[in-house]
Design a protein around this ligand. Sequence first.
Ligand code: GN1
Ligand code: MG
Length: 367
Amino acid sequence: MTAQEQIYSVIDKFAIYGDFVSCKPVGNGHINNTYRSSFNQAGREVRYTHQRINKAVFTKPDQVMENIASVTSFLRRRYASQGLGDVSRRTLTVVPCRDGRMFYRDENGDYWRTYLYVENVQTYEVLESEALAYRLGKAIGNFQNSLSSYDGKRLHDTIPRFHDMRMRYEQLDAALAKDVKNRAAGIAAELDFLAANRERGMVLTDGLASGKLREGITHNDTKVNNILFDEKSGEALCVIDLDTVMPGTVLFDTGDLIRTATNTAAEDEQDVSKVRFNFPVFKALIRGYMEEAAGFLSPYEKSLIAESGRTITQIMAVRMITDYLNGDVYYKIDYPEHNIVRARTQIALIKAMDAQWNDIQQFVAGL
Ligand code: GN1
Ligand code: MG
């Protein structure tokens, strides 16, 4: 079987009508494999996104799909009831299998899913424009605000304690104790930095445990390149990559948004001198965010907005270094140093935030 025939045998399980034209791998996720297909439906081209779900990371793909279906159908109803147009471009649409299931399990035990492809959109790895940052902040604020009225059944914890800093540090400790690749000695400075910041990093985890932070719905991966911008209007339209929607504090998402939108460099920039905290972008981002989120955030949540950006950047550094020490078993890598390069950009970003910390806090407090 050729690669096209192989992929077609999977795609054919989904309730797609029309004639198959082509399919190719796309995307730059660290976890799943993504493809885009094109069909000829009665003379019109219709495109779809297909993904093979990483079963080492998502051990309960059926629960992942249940979460996604719950959230997307809630959002679709809400956007429609608000009279918003273009609803199928504002949230992902799951295309079920011909047998009605939301996923297909192939002969290797791999799980696949299909979405309508959202046309005429653009994504960004690095955000330079304040106008786009403002729209991005609004989109995530709106996403959180919309889901704050979610009334369906509680979502599954598909990756338990996903953003639990205590657990992530315990995983780092375990990786360090084994040091299977003898890499620890070469990254003493990074390990020292993480050790010095350990207690401070617990604020969101402890807040959830004590009830000072409310449990809501979290996307858990609101990095800039997971938001689709309309090609024409520039509106931040759709939040994609819903694999990790789970119960959690909304600040996980606010934090990941800050982490990725304010970094002047890519997550895996090798030249750390290019990593700076983009203050004008941060201001625009949080202005847009607060327009949507101010109404439902508690005073305590508001007080932790900037801290959430620092904390989520830190948890990424912890996870990337853990994977580096474990011999790169979790994230996809393109070269042996990839994980430590990613971690170094995170640490550089935290240092850049710290250099302007008072101004950052003052700006948020002043809103
Ligand atoms: C992974 O799905 P993807 O590749 O965008 C990771 C996120 C990290 C992100 C860092 C399930 O996301 O938690 O923030 O990489 N997803 C999972 O870029 O671990
Ligand atoms: Mg993801």
